[in-house]
Write a protein that binds this ligand. Structure first.
Ligand SMILES: [Zn+2]
Length: 154
């Protein structure tokens, strides 16, 4: 399942990417390009707006009821729209929504802090922004969040 999140849902878009879901973040204010892109790419629209309603049978719109960004991911899980086991975790760039490539360890040398380089064995890179990812502290933090979701949404 692929998503497009509207401008109100920036945090949710990042979290979905973290879970491996292909998620476009649409910053515009106009609803039409949002719907058009969703149709063209077969994406489910995520919105907080009550105005946005399906106009064609292929339009899939999920209205997020939860006001707090910290609870919106949980809402999607509880409503069974997404699952924590469907896509590989941490496989996508959180900024670009692109699948990461694994890189040889030596390519990360000098591009990540030294202590990270010596601590970590595996690195991957975003082909678009060249940001390097590893199983590091920010991921540990997110992993804890995911573990909490796993236990609390059972
Ligand atoms: Zn990137």
């Amino acid at each position: 399942m692929k998503f497009i999140a509207d401008r109100m849902l920036g945090k949710l878009a990042k979290e979905l990417r973290m879970l491996g879901y292909d998620t476009v973040y649409y910053r515009g204010e106009n609803a039409y390009p949002l719907i058009k892109l969703a149709r063209e790419e077969g994406r489910v629209i995520l919105t907080r707006s009550t105005q946005l309603t399906p106009r064609r049978p292929e339009d899939r719109i999920v209205r997020i009821m939860e006001d707090k960004p910290s609870r919106q991911l949980r809402e999607l899980i509880q409503r069974k729209i997404i699952s924590l086991h469907e896509e590989p975790l941490f496989s996508r760039c959180l900024l670009c929504n692109i699948l990461l490539n694994e890189i040889p360890r030596e390519e990360a040398e000098g591009k990540v802090p030294d202590f990270i380089f010596y601590q970590q064995r595996e690195f991957s890179r975003c082909p678009q922004c060249s940001r390097i990812y590893w199983q590091g502290s920010h991921q540990d933090h997110m992993k804890r969040e995911i573990d909490e979701l796993r236990t609390s949404t059972k």
